[in-house]
Design a protein around this ligand. Structure first.
Ligand code: GLC
Length: 646
């Protein structure tokens, strides 16, 4: 709704001599006026009762203006060139990597762009690179300075140079904003320790355990083994600080509007570095309330919506990824609801589907995966997934019990099987992973391990078993193919493109040994990587096939995420099958998750509009004539087809 007073307020803060509202800055001005009412309403719904709410609101409006003014001209041009839904494209293929473990530093990364090009990757997620104390860094997610690149990685100028190079190569960049907490070594935390009230109010700090005890009654432990509890005593000031993750990660207090303004300013700082997608770390946790789990609260969504509205004004080309790893129904809300549908986070991790692929691989059965689809497919048009098989974190089995029970399994036993299977404790399991964050009270646990090790390559190499090596490679490719075509931006995890197995060297580092997620965060050995050029090497086989899959994806517009996916009737429960369609094009994607050949009636291709006469498999580059209903298409163990209909 139009609001004259607000319009006047905006006019009064815009520096006349710097902003040309009828000329070059007209679209910024239009966006600002159009979004101002929403920004104010969202802001006031959180902060109306704060004694200085008006003053901080004006600060927020100025922050938006200044950020726009500081946005480099090249980025403003790029904003203009980007289509509103640019991130739905089938031309974006990503990789997530630790700069230091991948190639040392940011400067070296700039010299590796050809490697990504060769693979078909044009989007990089750099794991946290801002300053973070060694040994207390949670892989960089405990930031002590949001604006200083950690010297381990180089300098801010190195980052800017890398971004420029990437932009010249038409590559996209993603970095994290760690919104929920800072390191206990951040300047704000240090000042809080010294007793400065202003900064103590930036965190949740209590004089005694009265409120912490009550909060802990309902707050689940995130790292029950390595960091039980949600509060840490701070001897310097004699207070208890909220530390939901590790004791060295202090939760920021978003009931304080000054914290919000500080962090939106940081968001703009990253946006103006040329980030295309900003990964908002752990947004589920950003609002706390007594008597709740302090996760996924409505106010957390209000904050995200507020961020989105502000970013749309000053940096419209930047998309937001909400890293919420939550149950299927809860994740949908991160895309926005009601009037904010598709106006909250543009992108979210499809963590449910990722975990369900691992479920199907262990059981050889796709029923649980299918049971979850009615939730997953609710994602609104104009938003997309990060689609992945592995990332730097563990694999959580957080999908709902009813999805498992619907298929006839007992949820507790089913999860126990999966945990045993992937930790290699189940008789005959080829997987080599480990349980992460076992909760002694509930027996809940997540799974660590690299794609290759969980698919059996580590064991097969140890046993020098050629047949098992072949089988593990088939599984790796099945998992990747399934995630590349299901919809969303594929995000490879570095090392998986050539089959890195677990790296156990983390056990010798006291800053890492308490966290077995480091087993799947490899140190890249470029001599090993050079083997991608030696035909018949394992590295070559995995790399060239992964590349082929990414190339196929990039040449088929039907794979862009336009809410154009339907699941095929499960004529065979071992086979996951979905149809991607658009215009007159149809692509049937079929994956056999079992260790036996699977037979699929040709009738499966005749249930969605005009039945095709022939099918061209882009993977094997082979054509099939569609047969009679009583005849079958045969899928070898762990094989897949990408069949275009003709
Ligand atoms: C996110 C990160 C994870 C980190 C946590 C706390 O979930 O992916 O690695 O431990 O946030 O920042």
């Amino acid at each position: 709704m139009y609001n004259l007073k607000l319009h006047q307020q905006i006019n009064s803060i815009l520096p006349e001599n710097e902003i040309d509202i009828t000329g070059k800055d007209n679209s910024f001005y239009a966006r600002f006026i159009a979004n101002a009412e929403a920004i104010q309403a969202l802001y006031m719904s959180l902060y109306a009762h704060h004694p200085r709410t008006e003053e901080v609101f004006l600060q927020l409006l100025s922050t938006i203006t200044n950020s726009y003014l500081q946005r480099p001209a090249a980025l403003k041009e790029k904003d203009k060139a980007k289509d509103e839904h640019w991130f739905l494209s089938n031309h974006i293929n990503g990789m997530s990597l630790y700069v230091d473990r991948f190639c040392g530093n940011l400067y070296n990364l700039g010299n590796k762009l050809d490697y990504f090009k060769k693979l078909g990757v044009n989007f990089l997620h750099l794991m946290p690179i801002f300053e973070s104390p060694v040994g207390e860094s949670d892989g960089g997610y405990a930031v002590s300075n949001f604006r200083k690149v950690d010297k381990r990685f180089g300098t801010l100028d190195d980052l800017k140079e890398l971004q420029t190079k990437m932009m010249e190569e038409n590559m996209y960049l993603m970095i994290d904003i760690v919104l929920n907490h800072t390191s206990h070594r951040h300047e704000w935390a240090e000042k809080a320790k010294e007793g400065e009230k202003k900064y103590q109010d930036y965190y949740y700090m209590y004089d005694d355990r009265w409120i912490p005890d009550r909060l802990e009654q309902t707050m689940p432990d995130i790292f029950p083994e390595s960091a039980p509890g949600s509060f840490t005593y701070v001897p310097e000031c004699g207070k208890w600080a909220m530390t939901v993750f590790h004791h060295y990660q202090w939760d920021l207090n978003y009931t304080n509007p000054y914290v919000f303004v500080e962090m939106i300013d940081t968001i703009f700082f990253y946006a103006n570095l040329g980030v295309d997608i900003l990964r908002i770390d752990a947004p589920a946790f950003i609002w706390k309330q007594l008597g709740t789990t302090c996760q996924n609260l409505p106010e957390a969504h209000t904050l995200l919506r507020l961020i989105k509205q502000c970013v749309m004004v000053a940096a419209p080309g930047v998309a937001l990824l909400g890293e919420a790893i939550v149950a299927p129904a809860a994740i949908m809300k991160y895309f926005g609801t009601g009037a904010y549908t598709a106006k909250e986070c543009d992108v979210a991790y499809n963590a449910t589907h990722m975990a369900l692929q691992w479920d199907a691989l262990a059981t050889g059965d796709t029923k649980v995966m299918l049971a979850a689809q009615h939730e997953i497919l609710k994602k609104p048009f104009g938003t997309t997934w990060i689609s992945y098989t592995r990332c730097h974190d563990d694999i959580g089995l957080g999908y709902d019990d009813y999805m498992i029970e619907q298929t006839g399994y007992n949820a507790y036993e089913h999860r126990r099987f999966l945990k045993e299977y992937y930790s290699g404790n189940y008789h005959g399991s080829p997987a080599r992973g480990a349980l992460f964050s076992v909760n002694p009270k509930t027996q809940d646990a997540r799974i660590s391990g690299s794609l290759a090790s969980l698919c059996g390559l580590e064991k097969a190499l140890q046993d020098n078993d050629l047949q098992q090596i072949d089988l593990s490679i088939r599984k790796i490719l099945l998992m990747q193919a399934h995630s590349f075509f299901i919809g969303g931006i594929p995000m490879l995890f570095y090392g998986d493109e050539l089959g890195y197995t677990n790296d156990y060297s983390y056990l010798n580092d006291s800053g890492k040994s308490y966290d077995n997620r480091w087993m799947h965060r490899p140190l890249i050995d470029w001599e090993k990587n050079a083997r991608i050029d030696s035909e018949n090497s394992i590295e070559y086989r995995i790399f060239s096939s992964t590349k082929k899959l990414l190339d196929i994806r990039a040449k088929l517009p039907v794979v862009a995420d336009h809410k154009n996916l339907v699941w095929l009737t499960p004529h065979n429960i071992h086979v996951a099958g979905y149809l991607r369609s658009g215009g007159s094009k149809k692509l049937y994607c079929l994956f056999n998750f079992s260790d036996h050949s699977a037979f699929l009636t040709w009738y499966a291709f005749k249930e969605h509009g005009k039945a095709p006469e022939s099918l061209y498999d882009h993977w094997q580059e082979k054509e099939f004539k569609v047969g009679q209903d009583h005849e079958y298409l045969i899928l070898d163990p762990y094989s897949f087809y990408l069949l275009e209909a003709y």
